[in-house]
Structure formats: C-alpha cells, structure tokens
Design a protein around this ligand. Structure first.
Ligand code: TEU
Ligand code: CA
Length: 547
C-alpha cells in the first residue's frame, strides 16, 4: 500500500511570472499581478502554485541566472510583495513552491564578482576555473545553448565553466561552503513558509572533475553520460535531505536532464532520502532529430505511450512520478500533442483528460487551461529566448536556410510557451496596459479567459471539471495504471483501478475516427464531445468509463 501524502495528490499550476500578469504597465508580469489573479487560479481547483524564479537577476535567462537568492527581482516587485503573495496563497488554502536554481548563479552574483578577482580569492573555489589548453578552452564541452561551455576571463587568464549561458556560471558543489550557502538559502525560504522547491537542473550539480573531452555523440547522450548524474550527486542530495528537507513538510521535484528509467529510482525511492519526485524528459524529446530539439522529426505516438507505461511501472514500488506535457521550456501542448486548428477545443480537452487520469503529481502550465497555442513570429527579431537565439546562430553558422530555421523555431521555440497570458480581448490580451516584453499571440481575440469563463462548453470549464473529477477519485491518484495495447498507435487506452474504483480511459489522439475496442456497455462518466454513445471515437474524442 502506497503511503498517502498531500504532494502526491496535488495538482500544480505553474506560473511564468514574466508572462502572467503585469500590474503596473511596464510590460513585464510581476508579483502584484499574480496576486490580482489568484481567484482565477483558485477557481481551477488546483492545490499548489509553482512560480518560476522571482529572485534578483539580470535576466540573461529570465531569472534562471540569480544574482541574489534572498531578494526579489526589481521588475517583479519587492520582498513585501512576495510576503503578501505567500500570505494570500495560504489564505486560500493553496501552497506555494519556488524554483531553486542551484547548479549555477549569475556572473553578477557577489560570489562570482569576488571569484573572478584573483586565483587566491576566498571565493575562487565557488566556481570551476581551469587554464586553457592549446590556446583554447580546457575541453570540448558545449553549452546547452550553443557554443563552448567555457568562457575565458581576462583578469586571471583562466576559463570558467558554464553549461548554460556565459552569465550562468556553474557552482562548485565540491566546495562544502557552496553547499552550506545553498542549504541556508533553502532554510531562509522555508522559514518564511514556502512549501517546496522545484530544483532546476539538479541532475547536473556533481561534475566529473577530470573534465574529459566528449566523443562524437548526440547532445542527449552527452548530457546523460557526461554532464548529468555525476559521481557525488546522490551524496549531495542525501546531505541536502538530512540538513534541510527532513526538517520541513515540503514538496521537492528535481528537474532532470539526463535522468532516465535506470537511474530515476536512485533519486526518488523513499528509502534513499533524497528527492520526492523528478521531471524526466523521455516523452518531451521523442521528436528531437539527430541535431537535437531544433532539428525535429515526426512525433512517434507508439513511443509516447510506452514512455508513460515504462515510467509508471518503474516507480510503482518506490518513488513517485510527475505528470506533465509542457512547461516554460517547450511548445504549447495543444499545438504539440493536439491539433490547434481543426480540433482546438476537442484536443485541448482530451489532453487534460490524459493529465488528470495518470498516476503521479500533475502539473499544468499557465495558459493551457484555455488552450493557448504556439505563436509564429514572422522574424527572428521578435524572439527573446536565449535558447532560440543560440539555435538560430548555430544553424546560420552551419549554413542552413533562414526560412527553414524559422520553421523549426515556430515549432520548437521556448517563446511559444512564454507569450503573455491571454486574459481578455482588451489591448495586449489584458496582460499589460503597456508594451509587453514579448509580443502577444494575435489569437488572443478568440482564445482568452474571459470569453471562456461563461461558456459551459469551454476548455477552461472542462479543466475545472476534470480537476474536480480527479480530486473526487483517489483511484486516479494512487490506483494501478494498466495500458491496454491497441492496433492504432494514436489510440491510447488504459485502466486505473484499486479497491474503490475501476476506470477505463479511451483517448483518440488523431484526426481520424477510431473504432472503440471492447466498448463497455455503460455510459461514459466523462467525455469531451456532446453525446458519447457511438461505437467509434471521433477525432480527438476521449471517454472515461467506470467499470
Ligand atoms: O532547463 C534545463 C533544461 O534541460 C533545458 O535547457 C531544456 O533542455 C531545454 O529548455 C529544452 O528546450 C532549466 C530551466 O527550466 C530553463 O528554463 C533554464 O533555461 C535552464 O534550466 C537553465 O537554468
Ligand atoms: Ca510589471
């Protein structure tokens, strides 16, 4: 019998603050803006809010480059605003989870400002400094965002390591002082009453100190074999648990490039006392081609189903899963996994049926509750995301056709998920009275919260119903998950059951009709079309039967 906890049962709503709601007209979402919209979040029936980084930051990567871990980003407000947000969230019986970015700090953090001054500075060893080799960087490691992972620094004539941008400098966890600093920061926020952390690229914190050259292989393999899962990772996470986490009733979810089926239990099995859950990316990288994310190949739905099946089985006796289809780093779910033109409403509803019937803690990302879609900016100049701009630069240098690169950016750019939240039909979608930092998606006139609010058949109201349905049936949280094999790759059929209930879920993830194999005689209890007694599933039709 699985032990029951609040964080296993939670439905989490993820906020990207920069794009959520701007309260003062400077074009940038902020903390008072979030407070203004808490009623909307509460109305969904979720339990937890996860906010992407809100700490002081020069915003080279929108807050994932922190210059002061104990202060709030100027554009987002003040610590008083944060305290009010936390209070308002708790007042509504919701919980607040923050983003802990501890693999790297900003180069503008005082630790790094000190560190770069001299080779014998007390902070030198907070980061990885190495001499160059043969007139170049210490090894051939590439950054996630393109180019070398090493930056030369003139003051001391050495290179420092940065797995992301050169303004996101990797912290040296080998140094006990660094670990203490991070643990103290965690306690600072927990003592304020914060309810947990999503831990950014936590799988990367332990490095292979001999910094071996990487051989010719896909970037994904390099991450898994070289950058992630380093020699001391589990020692650090266990220490963090002992020193900090074990003293609080909080939730932890480690973000994990390089976390795979094999090593995941080492991070999350309860007896290991490390993390409660992780985000893996096995279903998110299925369409990456040989040259990675910006070289996409068609999505393989057979593989998609397998990933959910394998991961559930792997974590069934120890650990706990995370269920998500998108976040601030990926395309919009209805554009990627659904059909955002012909079957916009149907497929958006089907996707929330999928999310709310899987075993694990469920995450929904801002805007998905109204079916926000990808955006197609006409020019590269409209894009802001460092990853997108890095991919553009590399592809241009490799001589690729600009039109072709732009097409893959339309499909894959992280900015797809970062366009301002579409609240209403007012200018800038009601997000801001000023010029938004990133252009709004022009489809806000058709897709927005206020239009869906009063339409009982809207995506938004279906989200509310689906979340409530999950909350009413603990079988959907804890029950066994059994996939039923089908001939059609696009037909996803599975059951959830325990002693209380037994559900069979049919999801037609295609633009075509599908025959329902083994159709139950009773009527379905949830469905996303009007009327659901036909023997075939219409395009993107989903049905939940109680057996
Ligand atoms: O993302 C880590 C990560 O693995 C991403 O680089 C991912 O591979 C990519 O975005 C997929 O397109 C985390 C944060 O979620 C991301 O926003 C940050 O840019 C990154 O860490 C660095 O902090
Ligand atoms: Ca603002």
């Amino acid at each position: 019998m699985m032990n029951r906890t609040w964080w296993k049962e939670a439905v989490v709503y993820q906020i990207y603050p920069r794009s959520f709601n701007d309260s003062n007209g400077d074009g940038i979402g902020d903390l008072p803006g979030i407070i203004e919209r808490l009623d909307h979040i509460q109305s969904l029936g979720v339990d937890v809010i996860w906010v992407c980084p809100v700490y002081k930051s020069p915003n080279d990567d929108n807050g994932y480059d922190i210059s002061d871990y104990r202060d709030i980003m100027n554009e987002f407000g003040t610590m008083a605003d944060f305290d009010r947000l936390l209070e308002e969230v708790h007042h509504r019986k919701l919980k607040l989870v923050m983003d802990l970015v501890a693999n790297h700090s900003s180069d503008e953090h005082t630790w790094f400002q000190e560190s770069r001054k001299s080779t014998d500075n007390p902070y030198r060893d907070y980061y990885f400094w190495r001499p160059g080799k043969n007139g170049g960087p210490p090894n051939n490691w590439r950054s996630f965002f393109g180019g070398s992972a090493w930056q030369y620094d003139e003051t001391t004539g050495e290179y420092y390591l940065h797995l992301f941008t050169s303004k996101q400098v990797d912290l040296n966890w080998e140094n006990e002082k660094v670990r203490r600093e991070i643990y103290d920061i965690m306690k600072f926020w927990f003592d304020k009453g914060v309810d947990g952390f999503r831990m950014d690229v936590i799988s990367l914190i332990s490095k292979q100190l001999d910094f071996p050259d990487v051989r010719e292989q896909s970037f994904g393999d390099t991450i898994r074999e070289v950058y992630a899962n380093g020699p001391r990772i589990h020692e650090y996470l266990h220490e963090m648990y002992r020193e900090v986490l074990s003293h609080y009733d909080v939730m932890t979810v480690g973000e994990g490039p390089g976390i795979d089926l094999k090593n995941a239990p080492l991070y999350v099995r309860e007896d290991r006392q490390e993390l409660q859950t992780v985000f893996h990316f096995d279903h998110m990288f299925i369409d990456n081609g040989p040259d990675g994310k910006y070289d996409p190949v068609p999505y393989d739905m057979k593989r998609f189903k397998e990933v959910f099946e394998e991961w559930d089985a792997r974590l069934a006796d120890g650990g706990w899963g995370s269920i998500f289809l998108g976040n601030h780093d990926f395309s919009r779910i209805v554009s990627r996994f659904g059909n955002d033109s012909l079957y916009h409403v149907e497929s958006a509803k089907l996707l929330v049926m999928l999310l709310m019937t899987m075993r694990g803690t469920v995450y929904i990302y801002q805007g998905d509750e109204i079916g926000m879609t990808n955006v197609k900016y006409p020019s590269i100049d409209d894009y802001q995301d460092v990853e997108t701009l890095g991919a553009w630069k590399e592809a241009r240098e490799a001589g690729k056709d600009p039109e072709e690169i732009l097409r893959s950016i339309h499909w894959q750019s992280r900015d797809n998920a970062r366009t301002p939240m579409q609240w209403n039909t007012a200018s800038n979608a009601g997000f801001s009275s000023g010029q938004p930092w990133l252009k709004v998606n022009p489809n806000y006139r058709e897709i927005n919260v206020s239009q869906q609010e009063n339409d009982p058949a809207s995506i938004l109201n279906f989200y509310r119903r689906m979340i409530a349905f999950r909350k009413d049936h603990s079988t959907l949280v804890y029950g066994d998950f059994d996939v039923i094999s089908t001939e059609s790759p696009e037909l996803f059929v599975f059951e959830r059951k325990d002693s209380a209930d037994h559900f069979r879920i049919y999801l037609n993830m295609s633009d075509f009709e599908e025959k329902i194999p083994d159709k139950p005689s009773a009527n379905p209890v949830v469905y996303n079309y009007q009327g659901a007694d036909s023997p075939t599933l219409r395009p993107w039709e989903g049905r939940i039967y109680k057996l």
